[in-house]
Structure formats: structure tokens, C-alpha cells
Design a protein around this ligand. Structure first.
Ligand SMILES: NC(=O)c1ccc[n+]([C@@H]2O[C@H](COP(=O)([O-])OP(=O)(O)OC[C@H]3O[C@@H](n4cnc5c(N)ncnc54)[C@H](OP(=O)(O)O)[C@@H]3O)[C@@H](O)[C@H]2O)c1
Length: 331
């Protein structure tokens, strides 16, 4: 069997985690119906956690991270896919305890595989990747809750990160007025170019007052960071406001009273991209390939090679990521 290159994270005897790029063989991959030659992957916050030994994400090492992969089917035992098909995989167990997209081949169950939607190239699908899928799923849930552009401003937190920048761009592209909250003063132009109407400094959305309610400002919010900032978003929602929660880059904690819910009818919606059912998954990818295919897609991304992944993992862990890192796995 041919060998291929993969990032491998290993746990040393003294509980440190080291990362190396090594040659592996297809025979080493887990069992599955579909063998995929990976053309592009991407970096997500979860990949940085897996690559640094976070046992909440990856229990067993050695391990190849990468929750995203797009490429062509090399071999298939499923009648749903044939050799040469262009496909993508995001989430499920990929890159968690199943060897992931930061290897040049993956083998996965057919139930995880999405045909590449018409209208997207493999690279574009990975610029979106899990981050774009999560941003889009968040907007879908807002729409289902009745949020419209006419209702008022939508707050996006962690706005310069992967999910945040794509949420900002997709919302603006869809006619929403976006208030983008970021900890990076240098990201102001980047966010304005994506269509943000207002940039808020992270400090301005970091409420520790303990007040049950704050002045009502936002019709909705896509929160990617959790903690005090999510509490701020909930306390600052207008009557009937809708908040989605997908991340914990700031904190997994959430300290609140019930007042935003019982006095303003605020709704809080949890977002999980990993186990999202296939019917919803296909519908979200269809929209990403059509009405949510933003003009800024290529601008949002920095293309890197597998050899350059290492230097960007640390950036992600320290909250320094801007936009998306798409990994060309064949470079
Ligand atoms: N539920 C799901 O299915 C799902 C899917 C994808 C991602 N996520 C989660 O969503 C979050 C974002 O993921 P990502 O891939 O977009 O990560 P990312 O590219 O690293 O972006 C995270 C952004 O959060 C902000 N941030 C970082 N540390 C912070 C802190 N201590 N306090 C406040 N803000 C901070 C920064 O943006 P600014 O500098 O602009 O503030 C950073 O760029 C992560 O928590 C991730 O686990 C969840």
C-alpha cells in the first residue's frame, strides 16, 4: 500500500505532546467504507485542542487531527460513492478519535460523507469547513426562530476567528446589520471589508456587572466564545431576541439570571455541527454553495501547507487567529 504524509500527535512518557509529520500507510487507517484522498483540510479551534493533547477532544494518542477534509474518493465499499467522486467530510468523529484530515488519506463510514455541492470547489468547501458550516447552521437556526434583517442588528462575537468571520460575512451578504465584537484592534479593516456595520472592542461586550438585564440592543447574536461575552449578548438582547451559542474560546461558564428569558422572551439556541443530522447537513451545504457563497471567500482564507500547520496551531490556541487557514494537503 502507498505511504502518505500525516501530522501525528504523540504523548511522551512524561505526558508531553509532540507533533511530527510522518509517513503512514493506508493500512494503518481505521476501518470504514470510503477511502478518500484528501486535497484540502482546514484548521479549527478543535484541531488546535486535539493537537495539544486535550483529552476532552481526543482520548487516545498517537493521533492525526483534522475535523475537516475534502478530496476525491480513492476506493469505496458503499454504493453511495464511487472512485473519483468529489466529497467532503466535516465533524462526526473525524479528527477526534478517528484519524483526520491533516493526513493525505482518511477512511470513514459512508454515513459521514457529503458529495461536494455543485458551485463549490474542494478548496472553497474547506475555506468554509466546520467553521463556515457552524456559522451557516447558526444563521439557519436564527431564521427558523423568525429573525430577519429588518429586525435589527445581529451581534457576532469572536468575530475575527473562523466561525466569527464567516458568520459576519454571511450575515452581511444576506442583508443583516452586523455588530462585530473582536479582541483584535488590527482586525477592524478585515471585519469592515467583510461587511460589518460596527466594530465593538471585546472589552465593550465583556459584562461583569452582574446586572440581570442590560440596555436592549441586538435582535440576535451568533456567539462563538461563551463566558461573560455570551452573558452580555443574552442580557443585551431586544424583546424576543435570539442567541446562538456554539463555542467556548473565552470560557465554558455561563452566569445568568432567568430575567432575560422571562422578562424579554429571549431564546438561547445551542449549535452542534459535529453530530448534525445528514438531512440538515446537506441543506446547509446547499445554501453555502449558493445564496451564502460569499464574495469574500478567498480573501478570508490563508492557504498553508501541511508543513506550515505547526506554526498556526499555537496562534489558534492563544486566540490570535484571523479568518480561516485552509491546508493544501497535496502541496
Ligand atoms: N459547536 C460547534 O459545532 C462548533 C463548531 C466550530 C467551532 N466551535 C467553537 O467555536 C469557537 C470558535 O471556533 P473557531 O474555529 O472559529 O476558532 P478561532 O478561529 O480560533 O477563533 C476564535 C476567536 O475567538 C476569540 N477569542 C479567542 N480567545 C478569546 C478569549 N479568551 N476571550 C474572548 N474571545 C476570544 C478570538 O476572536 P477576536 O479576537 O475577534 O475576539 C478568536 O479569533 C471555539 O470555541 C470552537 O470550539 C464549535
Amino acid at each position: 500500500m502507498p505511504s502518505f504524509r500525516a501530522l501525528v500527535v504523540e504523548e511522551t512518557a512524561d505526558k508531553r505532546f509532540i507533533r511530527r509529520i510522518i509517513d503512514r500507510t493506508v493500512d494503518d487507517l481505521p476501518k470504514g467504507d470510503v477511502l478518500i484522498k484528501v486535497h484540502y483540510s482546514s484548521l479549527n479551534y478543535k484541531d488546535a485542542l486535539s493537537a495539544s493533547g486535550n483529552k476532552g477532544v481526543t482520548r487516545r494518542y498517537p493521533h492525526t487531527p483534522g475535523v475537516d477534509a475534502a478530496g476525491e474518493v480513492a476506493a469505496s465499499d458503499s454504493r453511495l460513492f464511487g472512485a473519483g467522486d468529489a466529497v467532503l467530510v466535516t465533524g462526526f468523529d473525524l479528527g477526534m478519535n478517528t484519524d483526520g484530515g491533516l493526513g493525505q488519506y482518511i477512511r470513514v463510514p459512508a454515513a459521514w460523507v457529503v458529495p461536494l455541492p455543485a458551485g463549490l470547489t474542494l478548496k472553497q468547501s474547506m475555506i468554509f469547513g466546520t467553521a463556515g458550516f457552524t456559522a451557516a447552521l447558526s444563521l439557519l437556526r436564527l431564521e427558523e426562530a423568525g429573525v430577519t434583517p429588518a429586525g435589527g442588528a445581529v451581534l457576532v462575537t469572536g468575530a475575527s476567528g473562523g466561525v466569527g468571520s464567516l458568520a459576519t460575512a454571511i450575515l452581511a451578504h444576506s442583508g443583516y446589520t452586523v455588530s462585530a465584537a473582536s479582541g483584535k484592534p488590527a482586525a477592524q479593516t478585515f471585519l469592515t471589508d467583510l461587511g460589518a456595520a460596527e466594530i465593538l472592542d471585546r472589552q465593550a461586550v465583556q459584562d461583569t456587572s452582574g446586572k440581570p438585564l442590560l440596555p436592549a440592543r441586538f435582535a440576535a447574536a451568533i456567539d462563538t466564545v461563551g463566558g461573560n461575552i455570551l452573558a452580555f449578548a443574552i442580557r443585551s438582547a431586544q424583546y424576543g431576541g435570539v442567541i446562538t451559542c456554539c463555542g467556548n474560546a473565552a470560557s465554558p461558564d455561563l452566569h445568568l439570571t432567568v430575567y432575560p428569558f422571562i422578562l424579554r422572551g429571549v431564546r438561547l439556541i445551542g449549535i452542534d455541527s459535529a453530530e448534525c443530522p445528514m438531512s440538515v447537513r446537506l441543506a446547509v451545504w446547499e445554501r453555502l454553495a449558493s445564496e451564502w457563497k460569499i464574495d469574500a471567500l478567498e480573501r478570508i482564507a490563508t492557504e498553508i501547507s501541511l508543513d506550515e500547520v505547526e506554526e498556526h496551531l499555537e496562534t489558534m490556541l492563544t486566540g490570535g487567529a484571523t479568518g480561516r487557514y485552509v491546508v493544501n494537503m497535496q502541496r
